[in-house]
Design a protein around this ligand. Structure first.
Ligand SMILES: *Cc1c(COP(=O)(O)O)cnc(C)c1O
Length: 225
């Protein structure tokens, strides 16, 4: 019962140490608890331990859990997985953040389908920073066009950039992301979120300026797919 609570405390300590070593304040880094494949009961345990931001990657599974946990009114749900266009309506209705936007078509649908909500959808653009053919994310060349598009959407607010770097090139990719983030933040001052770092690489991510780490297995244990 207390494992998730203990894991959260351990992750918190890791974040604190990474912030100290990088001479950053602890409150510059948000912790997103990635609960994909884990049951609603696990999310509730993390909630009881004080966690409020949760990340999900599979729309149907996520929406089922969001409905089960409706009584926890102040959870912030973040969508971080690949997006198919037939799933955008559910994302627009149930989530407050999306980290994985990489094309205009999806942004356009989310903007149209968000119109029933009081608040705009918070958007991070996923950058294919290691330039892998198989990975999702925009290339650096496409970022100008996509940021301009998001900025023009009434029901979307451009909050930042997200990346999942290749295993062997994390520090270099994180540093590159930080540069890009600075550059776009100059143009769009409302950008305040650099979403990078997972269980295995939160330390280098925080060192490179991450403001939101997405931690799954270190909190909820290994996933069985
Ligand atoms: C699953 C996932 C995570 C969390 O990964 P862990 O290694 O379990 O911490 C973070 N970001 C994204 C986009 C994910 O899909």
């Amino acid at each position: 019962m207390t494992i998730i609570k203990d894991n959260l405390a351990t992750v918190e300590l890791q974040i604190l140490q990474a912030c100290q070593q990088a001479s950053r304040a602890r409150d510059e880094v948000c912790l997103l608890a990635v609960s994909k494949t884990k049951p609603a009961a696990d999310i509730e345990q993390a909630y009881q331990a004080g966690q409020r931001a949760f990340g999900e990657s599979y729309v149907q599974e996520a929406v089922d859990k969001i409905i089960q946990l409706q009584h926890l009114k102040d959870i912030d749900w973040h969508f971080i997985g690949p997006i198919q266009s037939n799933k955008t309506r559910q994302i627009a209705e149930h989530f407050s953040w999306v980290h994985s936007i990489d094309r205009i078509k999806i942004a356009k649908r989310l903007n149209e389908q968000r119109c029933h909500q009081d608040t705009p959808l918070n958007i991070c653009l996923q950058v294919n920073i290691s330039n892998e053919n198989s990975k999702s994310g925009v290339t650096i060349d496409e970022l100008d066009e996509l940021t301009e598009y998001i900025d023009s959407c009434e029901n979307l607010i451009l909050r930042g950039l997200m990346a999942i770097p290749q295993k062997n090139a994390q520090q270099e990719s994180f540093d590159k992301m930080h540069q890009l983030f600075d550059q776009y933040q100059n143009k769009y001052p409302q950008m305040d979120t650099l979403s990078m770092g997972m269980s295995a690489d939160l330390h280098p991510a925080i060192k490179a300026g991450s403001t939101m780490i997405r931690i799954g297995s270190a909190i909820f244990g290994a996933r069985n797919y």
